[in-house]
Design a protein around this ligand. Sequence first.
Ligand code: C5P
Length: 193
Amino acid sequence: MMFTVAIDGPAAAGKGTISRAVAARFGFAHLDTGALYRAVGVKGGDPVAAARSLSPEDLARDDLRTLEAGQAASKVAVIPEVRQALLEFQREFARREGGAVLDGRDIGTVICPAAEVKLFVTASPEVRAHRRWLEVGGDAAQVLAEVKERDERDMNRADAPLKPAADAVVIDTSTLSVEAAVAAACAEVAARL
Ligand code: C5P
């Protein structure tokens, strides 16, 4: 069976948690596509060359979840050749037998426009910054500024900007518990299986 769940949304909206839970619940494989851009961002050197030669070791680095890696990712993510170099890997992953969940910014709009389920997971910038701050610590005002800066860059780039697909179901997790957000996402998948 081929079945693709596309989960897009801004930083720290809960995409990762929801994606992992949906994948576990339905036995689907999960790809965190942000990790690809983070790996390109932290690898250094020419980003296009880095994107074309990404290895499993690049994706296993333990510094991929830092704020710096997130910023570096969103800077290389504006480069069309970088996005192009990562496209086919993502599409192949989505077509795998047994079902796949991909989370990112452009899964429902560009990578998998025919996905069976498209979710746009969002939350207010303040809520998202607070969640990220709980993970990474540091100066809360700076974490909020970085979240907003990354939103701006991701939403305003010319190639594959962050936006909900026309037929995406929006889940605003600002006031939802993790359990409620996961339940809402699983209900959308179950309704289309
Ligand atoms: O989701 P995550 O915070 O790990 O993504 C890091 C950055 O990678 C995003 O801010 C965005 O610029 C970029 N990205 C993207 N397209 C995706 C996934 C991530 O442009 N599908």
